[in-house]
Write a new protein. Structure first.
Length: 317
């Protein structure tokens, strides 16, 4: 099956209004193409620290929407054009031309799976839910991870750095807090290594379903891994719910610029002698994080590296 794609040429400053206007006539799921640079908030949501320079913003935006082959496109396009003409009467939305093309039917949510296959992090085998474990690997420590729409497969260097640190410090009594849980991979690794209990926090509601599905895939009991949504840095209710001075390990695989305000807060969740394992740090930001750790009164234990990424481990003495 093919889809009909319709591309509206407009202005970046009019994107939101055009998208709202399309929604009013029943067109939803609009794809935006423009040259606007990402905001700091956008970068934080994407878990990226430094973005490559893009082309200069030319003020032009292209909005794509898709209709099935058997949709009544003439009637829909008539409604769209009438709505755009009305919008033009009170604001500048640029040319507002509509070009039509065709695209193959795609499963946009699952298409990326062809690039994600089972792999090792040292002696831990990470297997996506849609692949079978080979007979010769069945005696290995195996994690079944499907990130879905949440962050974290274990392929990225930052996640692997934390996994290696967890292997060093997790014991059978470990109570672990994972800040920025995503798919739940770090908490599940800790439990597979013998940890007693995990609490995860994340800003993205998608983490709830991702963690739940990955717990089930790995036979992790519900009560072993608790998950909550909220910002532990500045939300006192989340801090209270997570609890104080109760964690043996805190793992935080997030941005350096988030680790800086997080660190002085998270020390209150840590027991005396607890380890703070951070990652998601580009090598150029290493000193920023180590300084934050020391200012929070923690003892720097170890800095590990993989490629251009850094993990900083500290201890609350």
């Amino acid at each position: 099956m093919k889809w009909n794609r319709f591309t509206i040429k407009t202005k970046t400053e009019a994107e939101d209004m055009v998208i709202c206007t399309l929604a009013e006539v029943g067109v939803e799921g609009v794809e935006i193409q423009d040259k606007q640079p990402l905001t700091e908030e956008d970068k934080a949501q994407m878990f990226v620290d430094i973005m490559p320079e893009g082309p200069e913003d030319d003020g032009v935006a292209y909005l794509n929407f898709y209709l099935e082959e058997d949709a009544d496109k003439d009637a829909i396009l008539s409604d769209v054009r009438a709505a755009l003409d009305e919008l033009k009467s009170y604001m500048d939305i640029g040319e507002a031309t509509i070009e039509e093309s065709q695209t193959e039917d795609k499963d946009w949510i699952n298409n990326w799976k062809e690039y994600f296959h089972q792999f090792y992090v040292d002696d831990i085998l990470i297997v996506p839910s849609w692949e079978e474990v080979k007979e010769e690997d069945k005696d290995k420590m195996i994690l079944h991870i499907d990130p879905g729409t949440a962050f974290g497969t274990g392929m990225h260097e930052t996640t692997q750095l934390v996994i290696r640190q967890l292997k060093k410090y997790v014991t059978k009594d470990t109570e672990l807090l994972d800040v920025g849980t995503g798919s739940g991979i770090l908490g599940i690794v800790a439990l597979k290594l013998g940890a007693a209990h995990v609490v995860g926090t994340d800003l993205d509601p998608c983490a709830i379903s991702a963690v739940s599905e990955n717990k089930e895939s790995n036979q992790i009991p519900d009560e072993a891994f608790d998950m909550m949504i909220g910002n532990i840095i500045d939300d006192k209710e989340v801090q209270d719910k997570v609890g104080y001075e109760k964690y043996d390990i805190v793992a935080a695989n997030i941005l350096a610029d988030v680790l800086v305000p997080l660190t002085p807060v998270i020390v209150h969740q840590m027991k005396k002698g607890a380890y703070y394992i951070t990652s998601g740090i580009l090598d150029v930001k290493e000193e920023v994080v180590t300084d934050a750790v020391k200012k929070a009164g923690l003892t720097l234990v170890e800095v590990t590296r993989q490629g251009e990424w850094v993990s900083v481990t500290a201890r609350k003495d």
